[in-house]
Design a binder for this molecule. Structure first.
Ligand SMILES: Cc1cc2nc3c(=O)[nH]c(=O)nc-3n(C[C@H](O)[C@H](O)[C@H](O)COP(=O)(O)OP(=O)(O)OC[C@H]3O[C@@H](n4cnc5c(N)ncnc54)[C@H](O)[C@@H]3O)c2cc1C
Length: 473
């Protein structure tokens, strides 16, 4: 059994820690932010300081893949989430009878967890706080890596971490789970490692979100999907825990005319102008302003470059490995998928040969996890280009049949039970689109039912009407 240091106690970092200690490893989680989560959901929202996670109070939703992984691997976390007031929501079972058709055996897989990010993280932390062989040290900033004898090729071998206080903690494996702004390249440079291969770009979207609470504990009915692309804006309406929910408008970062959406009065007017979304304002706002987030990066990091690890004894998992546009809510699902892979790679080949371990984990991640990241990126690039075209008053017609069929699947999902389930499988990170479309007769059905998606009316004001609404703000 190994001694493993995880740097970062975020929502995925804690999940990974639980998986590893359940396998018998001694796990230390080192977290820079000092505050431990309060016990009650309303205190968690108001009082838990988490400067280390910029998106801590921005809308989150935990997709079916995350729920499935918890059911299979960490059922006690699922129990804690229910006890904390999160809601299990099933987009197929909750669809109108006429659309979903008779219930199917597979329908249970679509269960998602709706809860505010901070409430979900606190529930994971409560289980982690009681786990054997798992120590969580909060208020403990890691400042760099320490090295031991090279495991091969003159490549530095990481043998632990150095804290900001100068204290050193040794480990058989250091797992960087410091999130989107991971300082790993700097730490690697300081031990003489070659730089990792980073792909980095602004994801290109801006978020303007607010949370609400109902007086009676209910949640507004969904009149459309959780995520709706409505011309040059997208609307996210996410049920959360304990009678709360969030409403978010997502725009292109290039869309300067809509930057006024950070003003609560303008934001509210814009939301009210959307017929399928306006009723989500019927509650008490629980944040005092519109929470805006821009400059969100798409970033992917490879620690194996040119066939050789840049260092052994260290891996990056969760957002520290890769992060992308969060509109589609995939971060926790993809992160936990990779955390399970980490646990399995350690169980499969062990850590005795650090070089082999680094290469195996890299290859397994590239094969099993990375495709989800690439799919997300490809869809984002199209959506941004579509917004750009619509702002210029043009129709978006890329020469990419993949995008056409993707739009057709979205339209067909509102017309047919098989297409609904296929669409939800992709959205929930359960199946990739190509696999759904490869099902018997699916491509033909999607094309027949959704091929005319361009003719469907968009349930939202035109660009001109939207601009006039926000200009009057
Ligand atoms: C606006 C927005 C909305 C999102 N919505 C969703 C959603 O709906 N669903 C979803 O699944 N995902 C969503 N995501 C993504 C999700 O938030 C991330 O995937 C998730 O937080 C990743 O968890 P993590 O544990 O890898 O990292 P994080 O949660 O970012 O945690 C990193 C931790 O590392 C700590 N740390 C950093 N540096 C150090 C150091 N030097 N020493 C010690 N500790 C350190 C930080 O304090 C922090 O606690 C969203 C992201 C954004 C930006």
């Amino acid at each position: 059994m190994a001694k493993i240091v995880i740097v970062g106690a975020g929502v995925v970092g804690l999940g990974a820690a639980l998986l590893l200690c359940r396998d018998g490893h001694e796990v230390a989680v080192l977290e820079r932010d000092a505050g431990a989560p309060p016990l009650r959901a309303d205190e968690i929202w108001g009082a838990w300081e988490r400067k280390g996670v910029s998106q801590f109070r921005l809308p989150h939703f935990f997709l079916a893949r995350y729920g499935r992984l918890l059911d299979a691997e960490l059922p006690e976390v699922k129990k804690a989430l229910v006890a904390a007031g999160t809601v299990c929501l099933n987009p197929v079972l909750n669809a109108p009878e006429a659309l979903k058709g008779p219930a199917r055996e597979e329908d249970g897989v679509f269960g998602c967890i709706s809860g505010r990010r901070c409430v979900v993280e606190a529930a994971v932390a409560s289980v982690a706080g009681r786990a054997p062989r798992l120590e969580i040290r909060r208020g403990t900033a890691v400042a760099g890596l320490i090295t031991g004898p090279s495991a091969g090729g003159g490549v530095p071998h990481v043998a632990g971490v150095r804290l900001g206080t100068g204290e050193e903690i040794t480990a058989d494996l250091v797992v960087d789970m410091t999130g989107r702004r991971s300082p790993l390249p700097r730490w690697l440079a300081a031990i003489g490692a070659r730089p990792p291969h980073d792909e980095l770009d602004d994801c290109g979207f801006i978020y303007y979100g607010r949370h609400f609470r109902s007086a009676g504990g209910g949640i507004p009915p969904a009149l459309g999907g959780l995520l709706m692309h409505l011309g040059t804006i997208s609307a996210l309406t996410l049920p959360a825990d304990n009678g709360t929910w969030s409403v978010t408008l997502v725009t292109s970062a290039k869309d300067r005319a809509l930057r006024v959406l950070h003003d609560p009065v303008v934001w509210e007017k814009a939301v009210r102008s959307l017929p399928l979304v306006a009723h989500w304002l019927d509650g008490q706002p629980i944040d005092d302003r519109v929470m805006a987030m821009a400059g969100i990066e798409d970033r992917h990091r490879n620690l194996v470059v040119g066939g050789a690890p840049v260092a052994t004894g260290v891996v990056a998992v969760g957002d520290a490995w890769a992060c992308s546009n969060p509109t589609v809510g995939r971060g926790a699902s993809i992160g936990m998928l990779q955390a399970v892979l980490l646990r399995d790679t350690i169980a499969g080949i062990g850590l005795d040969d650090p070089w082999q371990f680094a290469c195996s984990f890299h290859h397994a991640t590239a094969e099993i996890v990375e495709p989800w990241y690439r799919d997300t990126l490809a869809a984002d690039r199209h959506r941004l280009a579509e917004i750009d075209a619509l702002i210029e008053g043009k129709e978006y017609r890329p020469a990419d049949p993949g995008w056409e069929v993707s739009q057709a699947l979205t339209a067909a999902a509102l017309k047919d039970p098989d297409c609904l389930r296929g669409f939800v499988k992709v959205a929930m990170v359960l199946s990739r689109e190509a696999d759904v479309l490869a099902g018997p007769g699916m491509l033909e059905k999607v094309t027949a039912l959704g091929g005319d998606w361009r003719d469907e009316p968009i349930p939202a004001p035109s660009r001109e009407e939207l601009l006039s609404t926000v200009a009057d703000g």
